[in-house]
Unconditional design. Structure first.
Lengths: 145, 420
């Protein structure tokens, strides 16, 4: 009886994999935005990934980067997939690792584009993203190379 | 372990009162507080015991918890402390320890400095051994992360440097001292090796320790890393008392007292790691070698001739290269559901995969020298704060198990975690 337990466990896992298919995130245009006083006008793909993984915390003029994120939704998932190379779950997992090893704190998160844009416009060195075209009078849009 | 308990109260007070006070102009809102509690259950078949002394009967002595406080008083300066406890059978018994407590000053992206008690960067997962909810499996592969060494590999008290270099190479290096608990996994394991002499550990000492990790992150989800960790001058003071049984030619039992200083010269480990993340898929593989060279000169209350006659050795030890490797896969089937599997092999001696030399040296079965583990795990995220896991292991070999009376056995585990 005991010898059957592991094969039964394996079978249950395979059945679960076959039965359930993951939903695909819809593609959207994501604008990477920054506070108007940030001197940089563009970032490489690696730089933006490193910012959101906490490995780059300074702009080129050594100003502190304040990074922000949406708390969830299609725009957040698209940004993570395109620019961080992770799913939302993997992103959260990564930051839990950082939190519980003392290596950093996750981005400040906002429930809506409007709240995030407002924070970025008011905060020196802030960076974020939005799927609605940002008001260039309030924030600057960064080019991703 | 009393010093850890004392530190708990000191550091708790610092965390609650001194941190905000030191951070001029900061309020409580500027202090980040996070924590988790994990409660597990472990069961092993065939009367085998693994990790927990009575795991064959099923055991709840399998839990972890932590609470941390951190703040950033200046743009380039951060500081924090984490208090943690775990229970794994006879090991630790939920005693609260300072898991990490350090200050971090970042000069540039390519150079930061840390000072205090820091988690050791080793392999992909050493720093987060206690943090169950950041991985798919409950138990990390024994081949690279043997629980025997859990506390020995946990933290360094000293200084560290870190940064990200051009080409997206990041490094983390540290140097300092390591506290080895007298009732931890390493001492427990060595005492079980010397069980015939009834040895207990009364003190530990480390001259110095250093660790380094170099990692390359590709833009397409591949991560490659190499890690090294060395404990130099690791000593364990051991002693034991008892009675020799009354057997011919001795008409009465003799009182026996033995003691000695077990010495590692040194304990050295390296790991090569690879991880690939793509959408919902995570693949990982690691290879580790543990250089172990330990010996103990045994002194007893009996004279040399009597000791020799009774078969009490004057010196016990061994020199070996323990070898381990594994490959793992995890796939997020649904947003809340992830399935994972790994295959792991561990050998006491990398030049003795058959166990023949081991059998000749220690008089124990060949299969006591290896552990080959097929693991299948399922993880369900009930909410962003709650996570439940179950897993099964199909194991060949009894290396690092408490009782070696079966070659093929199974292990099942379940864990529920709350984090915030």
């Amino acid at each position: 009886m005991k010898r059957l337990a592991f094969p039964a466990f394996l079978l249950a896992a395979i059945v679960a994999c076959i039965m359930f298919q993951p939903a695909q995130a819809q593609a959207e245009t994501v604008y990477v935005i920054a506070n108007i006083n940030v001197a940089d006008t563009s970032l490489t793909q690696t730089e933006i990934q490193n910012i959101y993984l906490g490995k780059k915390d300074k702009w080129n003029d050594n100003q502190k980067i304040n990074f922000t994120a949406l708390s969830g939704g299609p725009c957040h998932e698209t940004f993570l997939k395109q620019h961080v190379g992770r799913s939302d779950f993997q992103f959260q997992n990564y930051w839990k690792k950082q939190i519980f090893t003392g290596q950093g704190q996750p981005p400040k998160s906002f429930a809506s584009d409007a709240e995030l844009i407002d924070y970025v416009s008011r905060t020196s060195g802030a960076i974020g993203y939005s799927c609605t075209q940002p008001d260039t009078g309030k924030v600057k849009t960064l080019t991703i190379n | 372990m009393k010093h850890y308990a004392t530190r708990f109260w000191v550091v708790a007070l610092v965390a609650l009162f001194a941190l905000p006070a030191a951070a001029v102009g900061m309020g409580l809102d500027d202090i980040n507080i996070h924590g988790f509690v994990s409660q597990g259950y472990i069961y092993t078949t065939e009367d085998m015991d693994f990790l927990v002394a009575d795991s064959h009967e099923g055991s709840f002595e399998f839990n972890e918890m932590a609470l941390n406080f951190s703040a950033r008083p200046m743009d380039d300066l951060s500081m924090g402390v984490q208090l943690a406890a775990f229970d794994m059978g006879n090991i630790s018994n939920d005693e609260v320890q300072v898991d990490w407590a350090f200050g971090d000053y970042s000069f540039r992206d390519y150079l930061g400095i840390q000072a205090g008690i820091m988690k050791i960067p080793f392999g992909l997962y050493n720093e987060v051994r206690k943090v169950d909810m950041v991985r798919t499996s409950i138990l990390l592969p024994t081949s690279v992360y043997p629980e025997w060494f859990r506390e020995t590999f946990a933290r360094i008290k000293g200084v560290g440097l870190y940064g990200t270099l051009p080409g997206n190479f990041s490094y983390h290096a540290m140097y300092g001292d390591v506290d080895i608990p007298t009732d931890g996994g390493l001492t427990d394991g060595l005492e079980s090796l010397l069980a015939d002499l009834g040895m207990n550990t009364s003190g530990t000492e480390v001259d110095y320790a250093y660790a380094g990790k170099l990692q390359w992150d590709s833009p397409f989800g591949l991560k490659l890393a190499a890690s090294l960790y060395t404990l130099d001058g690791l000593y364990l003071d051991m002693s034991g008392t008892g009675y020799l049984p009354a057997t011919a030619p001795l008409p009465v039992g003799l009182p026996l007292s033995v003691n000695g200083r077990l010495e590692f010269e040194p304990l050295e480990v390296y790991v090569l790691s690879a991880e690939y993340i793509k959408d919902r898929l995570t693949l990982a593989a690691e290879y580790a070698e543990y250089e172990l060279d330990f010996s103990i000169n045994i002194n007893s209350n009996l004279d040399a001739a009597t000791s020799a006659f009774l078969g009490i050795p004057s010196r016990v030890g061994d020199k070996t290269t323990m070898q381990g490797y594994y490959g793992s896969i995890a796939y997020r089937v649904l947003d809340p559901l992830e399935i994972g599997a790994y295959y792991s092999e561990t050998y006491y001696d990398k030049s003795d995969h058959s166990g023949d030399k081991f059998k000749a040296k220690f008089g124990r079965p060949e299969y006591d020298s290896w552990n080959k583990d097929i693991c299948l795990s399922a993880r369900y995220d009930i909410s962003p704060n709650w996570c439940a896991k179950v897993e099964g292991h199909l194991i060949d070999g009894a290396y690092l198990a408490y009782s070696a009376n079966a070659r093929y056995w199974e292990m099942y585990a379940a864990k529920l975690t709350y984090s915030f």
